[in-house]
Design a protein. Structure first.
Length: 63
């Protein structure tokens, strides 16, 4: 990223500018999306799970 103070490019893993020592903003992480990967399942997966759950409930009552 570029230093907000002097505009010098710095590696993303650096916390301070190598040239002027100014603190660099934290790089934007993409972990939020991976944490919600369970919610990003396709709709047919949820439908399949719901169908299996309903079938399991019905089988409990029928037999
Ligand atoms: Zn700088």
């Amino acid at each position: 990223m570029e230093c907000p103070k002097c505009g010098t490019w710095n590696p993303d893993d650096r916390r301070t500018c190598w040239r002027c020592g100014a603190p660099l903003p934290k790089p934007q992480t993409k972990k939020k999306r991976s944490q919600l990967i369970f919610m990003n399942l396709p709709l047919w997966v949820w439908g399949l799970l719901a169908a299996m759950f309903l079938f399991w409930i019905l089988s409990r009552f029928l037999y």
